[in-house]
Design a protein around this ligand. Structure first.
Ligand code: GDP
Length: 379
């Protein structure tokens, strides 16, 4: 038998390789051996058992982080059947949600967000309770390594049993990504997470989205770059409930204090925020753990003040209203753009407008008329 195989091999390789011709001696090319598969073929792929809505809800309410994670995956899924289950799970978790402090954290890349979240998070956990860290980064795509998604950036929290870290939902429209994060907050709260951080990179529009889902918005700034107030969009300053200057350590302390003074002055130029609490400015060092407690006391003071004044509840109610409209807008937009006839018509209209054959207004009106008439005839 072995003999047969060898002869066969020899025969085959003889055909493919001229080196095996009789005239070449001393060189023999053998047929290669097929590589074994990298995955053990005997190991059956175990399919995760399908959880029912009741299973998810029960697991979440019991504070099971694995089930919470799976439910978040469902929320993030684009598949309509997943979405349907996700919406039911969210609906049933809603009565158990809302009992957390939601804190948005923003700052430009390199400001020290992850270092700080790690330290602030550990500080919060020292008091007990559970912490969820979520992120909004519409530019991220998990497979390509999201800037905000890398769990290892939060060394201590990532191994803490009472912390749940979830990277940004993968790339999509900001509205879509933000809605998913907002829904994830509901699930985390139902699972007993009483502090929720929502991290976002301090560029672009994502701060507005985060601002619309948190109770407190913390802006992390750097000193010593020589352009303290420059590059900070007025909008972000106005949204901030507190400003902290990071990296106030070593020979940077002086500059950090100076920057803090400049921020305080600048804040006086803005109208009083609707919370009725003038944003405080502090310096700290996330890396060296300096002033962490003071920063957290500042945040506590805010929560005390707005809870007493009733602004906390008022803001939450306004946010609910905002999210209702956001969801409607998002669904309308999807329904419109995912309609195959509309998108075919849009292609034509787009060309017409580009070639100045039609004005943008008539083109838009015609597409919308078509869409609405289609809706009417379907009803
Ligand atoms: P992110 O991009 O905003 O998440 O910033 P990182 O947390 O990744 O920090 C960016 C860099 O700044 C890292 O090299 C950190 O080690 C460093 N860093 C963060 N916080 C501090 C700090 O308080 N002091 C100093 N000196 N460096 C810091």
């Amino acid at each position: 038998m072995e003999q047969d195989i060898q002869t066969d091999n020899h025969h085959a390789s003889h055909l493919e390789h001229p080196e095996n011709e009789a005239c070449y001696t001393g060189l023999q090319v053998n047929t290669g051996v097929e590589q074994p598969p990298a995955i053990n073929p005997y190991m059956k792929r175990r399919r995760r058992p399908q959880l029912t809505v009741a299973d998810y809800v029960e697991g979440i309410l019991a504070g099971n982080p694995a089930i919470l994670g799976q439910a978040v995956t469902l929320v993030e899924s684009k598949a309509p059947e997943h979405q349907q289950v996700a919406q039911e799970v969210i609906e049933r978790c809603l009565p158990h949600a809302g009992r957390s402090r939601r804190i948005g954290i923003t700052g430009v890349p390199g400001a020290g967000k992850s270092t700080s979240i790690d330290v602030f998070g550990m500080h919060v956990l020292k008091r007990g309770g559970k912490l969820a860290v979520l992120a909004i980064d519409p530019s991220s795509e998990r497979s390509k390594g999201s800037i905000l998604g890398d769990k290892t950036r939060m060394e201590q929290l990532s191994v803490h049993p009472r912390a749940f870290i979830r990277p940004s939902p993968s790339a999509g429209s900001l509205g879509g990504v933000a809605r998913k994060t907002r829904e994830t907050i509901v699930l985390c709260e139902a699972a007993g997470y009483d502090t929720v951080f929502v991290e976002t990179v301090g560029v672009g529009q994502s701060e507005t989205a985060v601002h619309s889902m948190v109770d407190y918005f913390l802006l992390i700034q750097l000193a010593g770059t020589g352009d303290e107030l420059q590059g900070i969009k007025r909008g972000i300053m106005e949204m901030a409930d507190g400003i902290v200057i990071n990296k106030a350590d070593g020979d940077n302390i002086e500059r950090a204090n100076l920057a803090a003074a400049q921020f305080r002055n600048a804040l006086h130029l803005f109208p009083m925020p609707p919370s009725g609490v003038l944003p405080e400015v502090m310096t700290y060092s996330g890396y060296y753990g300096i002033n962490i407690e003071a920063v957290w006391d500042m945040i506590d003071r805010y929560f005390d003040a707005v809870t007493r004044s009733g602004y906390f509840e008022e803001k939450r109610r306004n946010q609910e209203r905002y999210w209702m409209f956001e969801t409607i807008n998002e669904q309308l937009r999807l329904n419109f753009y995912n309609n195959p006839e509309v998108s075919a018509m849009l292609e034509v209209k787009e060309r017409n407008v580009r070639l100045s054959r039609q004005s943008s207004f008539t083109a838009a009106a015609e597409v919308l008329d078509f869409y609405f008439s289609q809706l009417k005839s379907n009803s």
